[in-house]
Design a protein around this ligand. Sequence first.
Ligand code: F0G
Length: 351
Amino acid sequence: SRQWRGIIEEYRDRLPVSDTTEIVTLREGGTPLVPAQVLSERTGCEVHLKVEGANPTGSFKDRGMTMAITRAKEEGAKAVICASTGNTSASAAAYAVRAGMVCAVLVPQGKIALGKMGQALVHGAKILQVDGNFDDCLTLARSLSEKYPVALVNSVNPVRIEGQKTAAFEIVDMLDDAPDIHVLPVGNAGNITAYWKGYREYAADGIASHTPRMWGFQASGSAPIVRGEVVKDPHTIATAIRIGNPASWEFAERARDESGGLIDAVTDRQILAAYRLLAAQEGVFVEPASAASVAGLLKAAEEGKVDPGQRIVCTVTGNGLKDPDWAVAGAPQPLTVPIDADAAAERLGLG
Ligand code: F0G
């Protein structure tokens, strides 16, 4: 018996590393693929959740970050930089610690969840809050990496995509074939690009018999790909995907078109309904942006776009603890009781 070694060791022959590359890892990947009973009943399909919140820093970003930081270290970088809506910065900060590097992060002021900010802080990153949105942060990060000795670890760095494609490998390895449909939230569009690459590689090598249709969902206030134009002032409660000009826009359209898939929008109301359903009925606590995949699946099912009997995987991208405000908001206050069994039993309705 041995523990999971992290995505680079597990899929080394499919990733751009050499025999001598020194790997920077927190043993990311190997995340649960959880059968979703309520979603399966609602859709008449076999629905699974790929629970990426189980990664070391609580999101799928760790898959790309182990690659990006490993390669940056190999190339002699002393410092890394990223723009982020929160998860990339948390991941970069943690992996930079492992590599002994300085980490700088640019985040949109007031628009990142507290848990993510806490992660970047406790891992010792240098944080700059930018008076702008994610797209402005990315422009600034790119320009700093061009002018100064600091490596960019956003998903515009192609090795990030290489790392993230391993989630598709894991799914095929666990199901013994590709699903019929793969559903995921879309922000900067790196992840849909990565999954599509992973599924295509496995199909090309005959490990999967086919590729899935790729279904991506943006928040309706931040849906540039759906609208076909840049959104200058994106808004959504799902701050992780509050992005108006995705860097991997063309790749996402290619994944959609080549797979016979779709990219659509879901409202914040639909996102929050899926967020609550996942927690209350499937036992899986995700952050709001992650629920966009499930919200999209339920919307498509209501529109009659989901034929029964299919095998569907929804990626839920980040842990609910990142952004607990939405769990607490609107929920009833816990009752206070004296240290008394009868009183407690009465409040619990056990009596
Ligand atoms: N879900 C979560 C929880 C995310 O943090 C992100 C992106 C996405 C979905 C969308 O993935 O960008 O590859 O389409 N978060 C980035 C960040 C932008 O900075 O953490 P994508």
